[in-house]
Write a protein that binds this ligand. Structure first.
Ligand SMILES: NC(=O)c1ccc[n+]([C@@H]2O[C@H](COP(=O)([O-])OP(=O)(O)OC[C@H]3O[C@@H](n4cnc5c(N)ncnc54)[C@H](OP(=O)(O)O)[C@@H]3O)[C@@H](O)[C@H]2O)c1
Length: 390
């Protein structure tokens, strides 16, 4: 039977790879809905190439310009933030690939979970800020959550070698990003171009900056806590510059199971779509003889303070992960806009966490109140520093 797929964020790095994977899988998998926020040229091209029944443009302001570019596209065009929820919850959709960047993806993924859709989750921020809510709703509605993040796909694959109760440790690998060997002082002068130049992965701008600060690994620690129902004490991070071992699981008997592959997102995307089957895919094949050596080292927590914060935030929980994520999203946006220096990102996150009185977020409204509060703190902090010329 054909599987109908909605890709939330089809114009991004994960979205484009998902389209390639689905096209190569053949007739059993079909792109039925796609979305973008502002990339109207690319969304129109994708609509014409793949002819999905629905397209969504989440920024209303881009609706007219999108419509002009759609030529003889005959499907339905939806717009505004609600349209992301609408395509994720369509009756005919079986699998929702969540490839939007940031907390903006949360309402749609929650509604898709309520409808019992299979969730192929790349968009990690919703799991970070609403992990309890999302996993509970998915459980209550028989919505499978399948990880797309390469590390979590690796852990998911390794876990099939034993029982959850037999796990001793989860070992999340990290490339270390472009500043792996840097001292804290050296981080003060890095440029935007250097931060965007990831040594092994080709990804969207936000996650590329998160990899350079190692904030990405912190978000992944919290993501792993919820995905695998694991206490943070059982999660370790190991720097592995070649990005070949995507993560590992150590079982009670001392056996360590690793999942390997080239740094190519088409493999974890495909596994989330075809699980439990393994079909022939388009991923580049791994040639270990050509690679020769694989290296592993402990992360430098002095240079990458955000990683230390990640473990603390995961342990304390409550509203802290919401502040952690929102402060980071806002700070990265300011860095990408050239308004702050790279090293300020972690300082700003620390400032927001210190200022916050932890609460519990029971509802989506409460959660977004904390999110908005944290983003405002970031803006005020930057304004104060700018006026003081620091
Ligand atoms: N890239 C990777 O290899 C990778 C690996 C693991 C996990 N992830 C996770 O996957 C997610 C996507 O990453 P990415 O690298 O693919 O990001 P990306 O290239 O920046 O793409 C983001 C997508 O989200 C859309 N979008 C942006 N803001 C939106 C909003 N406010 N509302 C709705 N849609 C919005 C974008 O549309 P426009 O094009 O119109 O802006 C685009 O389609 C992130 O959570 C990331 O952490 C990515």
């Amino acid at each position: 039977m054909t599987k109908h797929i909605a890709i939330l964020g089809s114009t991004g790095s994960i979205g484009k790879n998902s389209l390639k994977v689905i096209a190569a899988l053949g007739e059993e998998y079909r792109v039925t809905a796609i979305s973008a926020h502002s990339s109207t040229d690319l969304l129109a091209q994708q609509a014409l190439d793949y002819q999905p029944a629905y397209i969504s443009i989440t920024d209303d302001a881009n609706y007219t310009s999108l419509k002009e570019k759609l030529g003889d596209y005959s499907g339905k065009i939806l717009s505004g933030p609600q349209s992301l929820i609408d395509i994720a919850t369509l009756d005919e959709i079986d699998i929702v690939i969540t490839a939007v960047v940031g907390a903006a993806g949360l309402p749609a993924v929650l509604e898709a979970a309520k409808k019992g859709k299979t969730l192929a989750i790349a968009n990690k921020e919703p799991l970070v800020i609403a992990g309890e809510m999302l996993t509970r709703i998915a459980r209550e509605n028989d919505a499978a959550i399948l990880p797309v993040d390469s590390e979590h796909s690796a852990i998911f694959q390794c876990l099939q070698a034993g029982k959850t109760s037999e796990v001793n440790n989860i070992i999340l690998t990290a490339s270390g990003g472009p500043f792996r060997e840097f001292s804290p002082d050296q981080l003060e002068d890095v440029t935007l171009a250097q931060a965007l130049d990831h040594p092994t992965w080709d990804m969207g701008p936000k996650i590329t900056i998160d990899s350079a600060t190692m904030m990405n690994k912190s978000l992944e620690i919290i993501e792993a806590v919820w995905l695998f129902d694991t206490p943070v004490e059982k999660i370790n991070v190991l720097v592995h510059p070649e990005s070949i071992v995507h993560s590992m699981v150590e079982f009670n008997d001392g056996s360590v199971i690793a999942q390997m592959g080239t740094p190519d997102m088409t493999l974890p995307i495909q596994y989330a779509l075809t699980y439990p089957k393994r079909l022939r895919g388009i991923t580049n094949r791994l040639k270990l003889d050509e690679l020769g050596t694989l290296n592993f080292q402990k992360p430098n927590l002095e240079t990458f303070r955000s990683l230390k914060l990640g473990f603390e935030v995961a342990k304390k929980g409550g509203s802290l992960p919401v502040v952690f994520n929102a402060a980071n999203e806002q700070a990265v946006e300011e860095f990408l806009a050239g308004k702050i220096k790279f090293a300020m990102i972690t300082r700003i996150i620390e400032h927001c966490l210190e200022k916050h009185d932890t609460t519990e977020c029971e509802t989506l409204d409460e959660l977004f109140e904390v999110d908005v509060w944290a983003r405002r703190q970031v803006i005020e902090f930057i304004e104060q520093k700018t006026s003081a010329n620091i």
